[in-house]
Design a protein around this ligand. Structure first.
Ligand code: SD4
Length: 292
């Protein structure tokens, strides 16, 4: 069986995110504190155009963010279609801890953020996002393209030494999406699911396809029925491919851990990688995929 504590996160920016999560655990933080701190790193990464306010905007040129957070006792919070908030993951945590609700969206989420003392950022595109958006406007074509538009959301799942689990997921979503579009990342059970009795899963890629199969919940339930994390991720990807409505060329990937600290990762196509942090190090690993 696997090592604990363990932190897993999507893509190569998972390495610095894991490092921050690990540091938080080592200074005595909970696994919840760790997964929040980890993805806050990515929310500030100016080179990542799929997370945070520097992310690529929707068709109208407005960057809107989705995020969710969950612990293994079933506590969860999320925000969707939120503007001007630098750390949507922390806003999702505030929804979880300070409201009777699980999910706040749009203007209501922003009002709640203001009431909680979150600073409102100026609404302007980051230099890189602005260049990309101006270029996109020349044709205004919208086709989900793997590993370009869909790339780089961070999903993080972790288990502490005592077997408590938590996860986080944060994104600016699909580039040039319709205004108001919400992806899988803030949907509990789609982009993220955590249950201390079983394990945790998170997703990245084309959200529509992940929502359709309740991807992260599906993986946790498959593990509950006895599948390994790897088997569960593979079955979820098979399900997603079978139900695909978006055509060839889409990408999605899943990460999973079970309560023993065993790991699974699988994607539709090659190119998906993830960062795995344990006492023995923080390393980037290429995931296997359905298509070669
Ligand atoms: C979404 N799943 O909004 C996100 C996008 C993503 O890496 O994962 N990008 O559909």
């Amino acid at each position: 069986s696997g090592e604990k504590p363990l932190i897993l996160s999507t893509w190569n920016h998972g390495i610095p995110a894991n490092a921050d999560a690990w540091a938080k655990l080592k200074e005595g933080g909970s696994i919840l504190d760790a997964v929040e701190a980890g993805v806050r790193n990515t929310e500030l990464d100016m080179d990542n155009l799929t997370v945070g306010l520097q992310g690529l905007p929707d068709r109208e040129g407005i960057t809107t963010l989705d995020a969710s957070i969950m612990t293994g006792d079933g506590s969860c919070g999320s925000v969707a279609f939120v503007r001007q908030i630098k750390h949507p993951i922390s806003l999702a945590r505030a929804v979880m801890e300070k409201t009777p609700h699980v999910m706040l969206a749009g203007e209501g989420a922003r009002q709640f953020a203001i009431a909680q003392g979150f600073p409102l950022e100026k609404e302007e595109l980051s230099p890189k996002a602005k260049v990309a958006y101006e270029e996109w406007k020349k044709t205004s074509q919208y086709k989900p393209i793997i590993n370009i538009e869909n790339h780089d959301t961070i999903g993080m799942i972790g288990i502490d030494a005592g077997g408590k689990l938590a996860g986080s997921c944060t994104t600016s979503g699909l580039a040039y999406k319709m205004h108001g579009r919400v992806g899988d990342s803030p949907i509990i059970g789609a982009g993220l699911y955590v249950d201390d009795e079983v394990g945790a899963a998170t997703a990245t890629g084309l959200g529509e396809t992940i929502i359709r199969v309740c991807g992260s919940f599906l993986i946790v339930e498959l593990m509950r029925q006895g599948r390994t994390p790897q088997e569960a991720c593979e079955e979820a990807v098979r399900r997603l491919v079978a139900k695909n409505k978006e055509g060839d060329g889409i990408q999605a990937g899943f990460l999973a851990i079970n309560k023993y600290g065993e790991v699974g990762a699988y994607a539709i196509r090659p190119g998906f990688n993830y960062a795995r942090a344990t006492e023995s190090g923080n390393v980037l690993i290429d995931a296997a995929s359905y298509y070669s």
